[in-house]
Every structure is written in C-alpha cells, then in structure tokens.
Design a protein around this ligand. Structure first.
Ligand code: CA
Length: 245
C-alpha cells in the first residue's frame, strides 16, 4: 500500500480521487490548499510515496508548492493537474520540478495509471545505487542514473526530477546530433501544441549548472544556433591539433 497526498481545493474532485485511489489500495490524505501541503511535506516531513497536485489552488498555487518541495530537497514524485491545452502550464509544472502532468478534466483510469507509473519509478529509485539492474548512461566522465534520477559529476551527486532526467537522457542518446526545441517538446514531453519553446531553455540552463565546469561557457551541452541543442558527441575522433594553433 502506498501513501498518497492529494492537494486539490475542489471538494468533489478531491473526494472522487480519494474514493478511487483507496479502491486501488492506497492510503489517501487530502489538503485543500498549497500552504497546508508545504507545511505537511516540508515542515513536518510527513512521508508520502506520491503527491497529486492541482496547479490552481487558493493561496500558494501548485507550481509554488512543487518548487518549495524541490528547494527543500524533497523529491517525492509529483503529478501535476493542469488546465487542458495549456502547454505553458505544463512546462511551468516541469520547470517547477513536477515529474508528470495530466490535463483536466482527466479520465480516472488514466490518472490511476499515471500514479502507478510514478510509484513504480519511486520504487526503482530506492534500490541500491550499485544494483546490477540499475540503468545508467555514462557520458564524458559523468553518469546519469535513470532509476535513482541522479547525475554524478566527479564527487558531486545531483538529484534530478523525472523530466530533467528524461531530457538529459534524450540529449545523450542523440549523441552529437542537434535536436530542435520542437523535437524535444514532442519526444520528451509528448507536447504537440504550438507553444513558447523558449521554456526549454530554462531546463538547459539548469542542466548546464550540473554538468558543465563553467556553465556560462558550455563545452558539453551546446547551443546550435537556429536549431536547438546537442550533447557533444562521445568518442569523437582525435582533434586535429594543427588547426587549434
Ligand atoms: Ca483547483
């Protein structure tokens, strides 16, 4: 049984979620506003396996709540509920540190499937970091642990959100190939709406802070003008030092 916090001010939605999550075998706690949720998770450190967080809440909204959690080093998986067709809301949720999103109104079966997905990832993240089954990507002396959502750079270890990890893995796997912002939106976040793709740039800035020796002069995660971004190719042929002079 998992313990799930639902943060939702609309009583009928909150009770509907409680009914169905409990029917799915979970223990459910409901908060009606963002301040209560932050007090519960950050100040009182109450343990939860996942949080379902409405974006629009009275007082401190869902985006502020998830940011407060991540700022406090609290990495409980968060599913954000957003307004339908508002790609900017979705991106705002990811930028704030949410792991997944579902537009309202949602189908209950889909919500329950998403919650199961979050809980499964959370369980992987708790396995031993050196377990043989751990999925890792090694690139340029750095390691991305796709199960623990951790990035290891030298002796530093950074906790990523699911979406940061997904974006980084996507760039690594495209190994040296430039990918457009639109391709990132579609392939990483399954967003097909026309949207302000500059929102992606904020993610890149954050990843560079983790990855690069000097984030202002990136040598790994490169901007490709007029296209988007690329990760410096692995196993590049030896540089032609004659041209470096
Ligand atoms: Ca609401």
């Amino acid at each position: 049984m998992s313990r799930i916090l639902v943060v939702e001010d609309e009583e009928h939605i909150a009770q509907g979620l409680r009914f169905n999550l409990e029917a799915d075998g979970h223990d459910v706690v409901i908060d009606g506003d963002g301040d209560d949720a932050v007090a519960r998770l950050v100040e009182r450190h109450e343990p939860f396996d996942a949080v379902i967080l409405d974006g629009m809440l009275p007082g401190r909204d869902g985006y502020d709540v998830v940011r407060a959690l991540r700022d406090a080093g609290e990495y409980v998986p968060v599913l954000m509920l957003t307004a339908r067709g508002r790609a900017e809301d979705v991106l705002r949720g990811f930028e704030s540190g949410a792991d997944d999103y579902l537009p309202k109104p949602f189908e209950l079966a889909i919500l329950l499937a998403r919650v199961r997905g979050l809980l499964r990832r959370h369980r992987w993240a708790r396995v031993e970091p050196d377990a043989a089954s751990s999925r890792r990507l090694t690139f340029h002396g750095r390691t991305l642990d796709l199960d623990a959502l951790e990035l290891h750079v030298g002796s530093e270890r950074y906790q990523l959100t699911q979406m940061e990890s997904d974006l980084l893995a996507y760039l690594i796997r495209n190994n040296g190939k430039a990918v457009s912002r639109k391709a990132i939106l579609e392939d990483v976040w399954s967003l097909h709406e026309d949207t302000d793709t500059r929102a992606i740039d904020n993610f890149i800035v954050r990843l560079r802070r983790y990855l690069e020796d000097d984030p202002t002069r990136p040598t790994l995660l490169l901007t490709v003008r007029g296209v988007g971004y690329k990760m410096e190719k692995l196993d590049a042929p030896e540089k032609d030092t004659t041209k470096a002079r």
